[in-house]
Design a protein. Structure first.
Length: 240
């Protein structure tokens, strides 16, 4: 039989790929964003994601949540293997040991294996929910990063239009057009900020749904009760 504790390795966050649900719907916009180019350049030179750091207080640490989900799934696998080993040894023991004590031992170990298996399934479901929550947090962070970059782009464009308006101020029409375009870009930036607020509110509602699901799962685990264990080690003259 294999060692159940082999599953208890260091928890890691999920890989950021499509198969795991990491789909960035705003990625195409980044290719057109000067702010995104600048952020990418800074990250390559310093290893620091500026926009990622700015949105983290709003979106949360998705990697830590994902790693916690991985830890629960690994614990579930460990429980499952222990349950399988206990049941297999119980069946083998029953072939060689008979009588009332043997029957009591069989029932006890079978109930222990069943409890371990039930705990394993419930913990596994909790792990999946945590990883789903992590994906949602990652998607929120990517959307907020994209909007932040768009806001920066609008502000830069507004500054450029305002500068052009100042240069063209000698011709009244040119100055008016430049400042009008700058005002329009500022208005667009404000609209993006409002949209960010709406997305954060929507995300908070979604997180509330995940939390409710997790509460149900934890109540399910609590309802399973403790895994049956003997009060003391089995002691019998014939097995010393």
């Amino acid at each position: 039989m294999t060692d159940p504790t082999r599953h208890l390795t260091t928890p890691v966050p999920q890989d950021e790929n499509v198969d795991n649900g990491f789909v960035n719907i705003t990625e195409l916009l980044d290719y057109l964003s000067p702010a995104a180019w600048l952020n990418e350049l800074i990250e390559e030179l310093t290893g620091h994601d500026v926009t990622g750091t700015l949105v983290k207080p709003l979106a949360g640490d998705w990697a830590a949540i994902s790693a916690y989900g991985d830890a629960l799934k690994k614990l579930s696998q460990c429980f499952g293997d222990i349950a399988t080993d206990v049941q297999a040894n119980t069946i083998e023991l029953d072939r060689h040991w008979h009588g009332n004590a043997a029957d009591s031992a069989y029932l006890y170990y079978s109930s222990t294996a069943a409890s371990l298996s039930s705990h394993a399934q419930a913990v596994h479901r909790a792990g999946i929910q945590y990883q789903k929550l992590a994906v949602g947090m990652w998607q929120l962070a990517e959307q907020l990063k994209s909007f932040l970059q768009q806001v920066c782009d609008k502000v830069l464009l507004a500054a450029a239009y305002a500068a052009a308006g100042t240069v063209a101020a000698e011709t009244v029409v040119g100055g008016v057009i430049g400042y009008a375009l700058a005002a329009a870009e500022v208005a667009k930036a404000l609209q993006l900020i409002n949209k960010c607020s709406f997305i954060v509110q929507t995300a908070n509602m979604a997180v509330g749904g995940f939390v409710s699901t997790l509460r149900i799962l934890f109540k399910e685990i609590e309802a399973l009760g403790d895994i049956p264990t003997p009060g003391a080690a089995y002691d019998h003259p014939m097995v010393r």
